[in-house]
Ligand binder design. Structure first.
Ligand code: HEM
Length: 455
């Protein structure tokens, strides 16, 4: 077995060690955390990064990712840093909790994501996309496609999970999330050299105001539903009715707000980013766009999209899957080792941080042919057969896999199938957009596109 201290350049286990000066890593963390990852993650199996006295392990080999996130999942927790960064907004809700506290929350909402129930959400998904289509007809050019998709998916999450509650204003929520995420690279950089929590950083006051806005808005909604006594059978009701099987206790208002915010934020921003990148890629690859348009026309006969059409659009789905391969909306999974175990011959000790760099796995030289090329055929027919299942994991894997994966895919296909036949989008700038990591994978500058009605 290999112990971490004994390692050097290359080991037979496929492990390489990347040593970079802390200052260089901090500088790239502040500029764009995506570039702070060791470059070896795009070609090696396991990369041990030693920076500023901290050691972390990047797991890039699909078999080892599977082992870590499924078989060894009990040894791993979400960790201090995740809770430090996300805790102020989403507390210990489903995304950030561990152990028994995570398990009962997951059970409490699982039935809300069963296939039959998701099918019932399709009319709301299509209606939100149609509203966007109408808005675009009257909109001034150019469109900020990221913002447009945030609006669309926000309407959907509020309609489907919160029965259309009016408590939050989409524009303010979008700004609040962006303001909150903006300084997260400072949090990561400070963490690297163990800076105290009180150390100021730019954007901190704005980030705190965002948290207040988001939590107060949803807190008001919980109070209103409790006081009104009416039942809607939505996510909020599921949370209000949940009982911990071990203790029988219900969720406090604070815990319900943690979860509502988890679902409102995780449930719309990621899908919106995936869609924004999809529109960007289709505008660059008109051959694929033409195939998507043909598929949609063939299924709908040129009429309006109905809920029954969405499952019959495999090519449209493949385009979205390929966009999420190149631009995974949640590009890095982070875990902290809670109890010792061995991975790929490497002994991992409690406290160590383990990363699954999804974005690098998706563009890994040894896993994909022409890794940087857009080719949705990778997700059609038998193309995936020779590929390890964990070479592609935009929704994560194991017990913590995204609970909304089927919801998001269905929603994305429905939105594309409503908007693409109605509107042609052209990028305003010829400059390639730069993706940056702010927990999610966002374009550094807005993706501006001009819209022309097709019919
Ligand atoms: C394209 C869209 C989406 C992407 C790429 C995405 C990605 C992910 C990933 C990678 C994880 C696992 C994180 C980890 O292991 O640390 C996750 C978890 C989660 N996602 Fe999503 N997600 C998307 C859409 C959604 C939607 C639509 C919802 C809700 C309606 C949602 C709710 C959640 C929740 C609650 C978790 C935590 C699950 C748990 O820990 O049990 N996500 N998501």
């Amino acid at each position: 077995m290999t112990t971490l201290d004994a390692l050097d350049a290359t080991e037979p286990s496929g492990l390489v060690t990347s040593r970079r000066p802390a200052l260089a890593v901090i500088a790239s963390l502040l500029r764009n955390p995506l570039q702070a990852m060791p470059p070896e993650v795009y070609r090696e199996r396991l990369v041990l990064a030693k920076t500023g006295g901290r050691t972390s392990l990047y797991v890039c080999d699909p078999a080892l990712i599977q082992e870590a996130l499924t078989k060894q999942a009990a040894h791993l927790g979400k960790g201090e840093l995740t809770r430090k960064v996300l805790g102020p907004v989403i507390g210990e809700g489903l995304l950030t909790a561990d152990g028994a506290h995570w398990r009962w929350q997951r059970q409490a909402v699982a039935s809300g994501f069963q296939h039959e129930r998701l099918l019932g959400f399709l009319p709301a998904m299509i209606a939100a996309a149609q509203a966007t289509r109408e808005r675009w007809r009257a909109a001034a050019d150019p469109l900020d496609i990221g913002h447009e998709m945030m609006r669309t998916t926000f309407d959907i999450i509020i309609e489907t999970m919160l029965s259309g509650a009016q408590a939050l204003d989409v524009g303010r929520v979008e700004r609040a999330i962006a303001d909150y995420l903006e300084p997260t690279n400072f949090m990561f950089a400070y963490n690297l050299f163990g800076a105290p929590d009180w150390l100021p950083y730019p954007g901190r006051a704005k980030a705190r105001a965002s948290v207040r806005y988001l939590r107060e808005g949803l807190g008001g909604l919980v109070a209103q539903r409790r006081a009104g006594g009416e039942r809607r059978g939505d996510l909020l009701d599921m949370l209000l009715d949940a009982a911990d099987p071990e203790t029988g206790r219900a969720m406090s208002d604070g815990e319900i707000v943690d979860n509502l915010l988890t679902f409102v934020t995780a449930g719309h921003e990621t899908t919106a980013l995936g869609l924004a990148w999809t529109f960007h890629l289709l505008a660059k690859h008109r051959d694929w766009e033409a195939k998507v348009l043909d598929e949609i026309a063939g299924v709908t006969g040129g009429g309006p999209l109905g809920p029954e059409h969405v499952a019959a659009l495999p090519l449209t789905k493949a385009v979205f899957q390929e966009a999420m391969r190149l631009y995974p909306p949640a590009p890095v999974i982070t875990r902290q080792v809670e109890s010792a175990f061995t991975l790929g011959g490497v002994a991992l000790e409690p406290g160590m941080v383990l990363y699954v760099p999804i974005q690098a796995v998706h563009r890994h030289e040894r896993l994909w042919e022409r890794p940087d090329a857009f080719d949705p055929a990778r997700f059609l027919g038998d193309a995936a057969r020779g590929r390890h299942r964990y070479a592609y994991l935009p929704f994560g894997a194991g017990p913590r896999i995204c609970i909304g994966s089927a919801f998001a895919t269905m929603e994305a296909v429905a939105i594309l199938a409503v908007l693409l036949p109605a509107t042609r989008l052209d990028p305003v700038s010829a400059r390639a957009p730069e993706p940056t990591l702010k927990i999610t994978l966002r374009p550094k500058r807005p993706l501006l596109m001009s819209a022309t009605a097709r019919r």
